[in-house]
Design a binder for this molecule. Structure first.
Ligand SMILES: Cc1cc2nc3c(=O)[nH]c(=O)nc-3n(C[C@H](O)[C@H](O)[C@H](O)COP(=O)(O)OP(=O)(O)OC[C@H]3O[C@@H](n4cnc5c(N)ncnc54)[C@H](O)[C@@H]3O)c2cc1C
Length: 285
């Protein structure tokens, strides 16, 4: 069986290693080595629990279940890892679901009801119904673009400046004019590509077992009792168990990747590894 090296020990790298070693998959690898440059696993998922029980998340502080793709997959992963009793889910009817935006020195509640679509909801000046209309007839993009450009084209500049910008800052602490819509809001990008519109459209459901869909029916987001870092921490425990016995290396930065005679050669701070497959989850630059 083949060997694999995973670059990066954030949630992407750890989950790649987990799936590569999972029993019952046709592509199970004989050996997986994971290289992490820093002195801890988890990447952006980083939490501290204080003595009084309070949990502080430094980066991500919740997961969205969504009924397609990666959101649903993450719930399934947490359940497979035995975290069911540690999940804290937020119900659709919970008041904490209301979103606020600070604009023009005021805090504004974001629109959230059907009625809000037909009236002007400050700080927006245009009714959302026109946004849905514009989205229905906007042309499909032929290549990737920034979130801001995508939102301007499909929903108008006001939505791009206020809601798109706030959303990207809230999720990624990033700049909507710099982040790729395909990478960060892939669901919207895929809806445009597949359905030609994004607001009054539904994406294809992934084939997941029905109990999971039933389990998350009323969730809008979820986290874990010990904070988001509990997910990578639990992956590390599983990966280093005798059943999986992955080799996880901290303080070992990949510095070069070359290909020779059908194999990949990974050069890192601690030497060279020749392998059949490489899964990279490190920064693209
Ligand atoms: C402030 C903030 C808040 C966020 N909030 C949310 C949220 O609430 N919900 C949500 O779903 N998402 C949120 N996100 C996005 C989410 O954090 C990321 O999408 C996710 O953590 C990315 O995981 P990753 O494993 O791909 O990358 P990372 O977490 O960046 O992990 C990459 C790892 O690779 C290592 N590495 C880098 N270079 C090398 C190298 N050369 N060799 C070996 N290792 C290397 C790094 O040290 C790091 O550990 C937020 C992001 C930020 C910044």
């Amino acid at each position: 069986m083949a060997k694999a090296v995973v670059l990066g020990g954030g949630i992407s790298g750890l989950s790649s290693a987990y799936y590569a070693l999972q029993e019952g998959t046709s592509s199970k690898f004989a050996k997986v080595v994971l290289l992490e440059a820093s002195n801890r696993f988890g990447g952006w998922l980083h939490s501290t629990k204080f003595e009084d029980g309070a949990v502080f998340d430094y980066g991500p502080r919740s997961f969205r279940p969504t009924y397609v793709g990666s959101g649903l997959n993450t719930v399934e992963l947490a359940l497979k890892l035995g975290l069911r009793d540690d999940i804290i889910a937020v119900d659709k009817r919970d008041p904490s679901n209301v979103r606020y935006v600070y604009k023009d020195k005021k805090v504004h509640q974001m629109p959230g009801t059907i009625l809000d679509a037909i009236r002007v909801v400050p700080p927006l000046k245009r009714r959302l119904i026109w946004t849905a209309y514009q989205d229905t007839f906007a042309a499909k993009a032929t290549e990737d673009e920034s979130v801001h450009s995508f939102c301007t084209r499909r929903y108008g500049k006001e939505i791009a400046d206020i809601m798109g910008d706030a959303m990207v800052r809230g999720i990624y602490a990033g700049d909507s004019k710099k982040l790729s819509v395909r990478s960060t809001l892939s669901q919207l990008y895929n809806l445009e590509q597949q359905k030609g519109r994004t607001i009054l459209a539904r994406g294809p459901m992934v084939s997941m077992s029905k109990p999971i869909l039933h389990y998350i029916t009323n969730w809008t987001m979820w986290s874990l009792k010990e904070g988001c870092q509990q997910l990578p921490d639990t992956l590390v425990k599983h990966l280093t168990s005798p059943q999986m016995s992955a080799e996880l290396q901290l303080n070992n930065k990949c510095t070069k990747l070359t290909f020779k005679d059908g194999a990949a050669v990974v050069t890192s701070d601690k030497g060279e590894i020749t392998t059949d497959h490489v899964f990279s989850s490190i920064y693209a630059r």
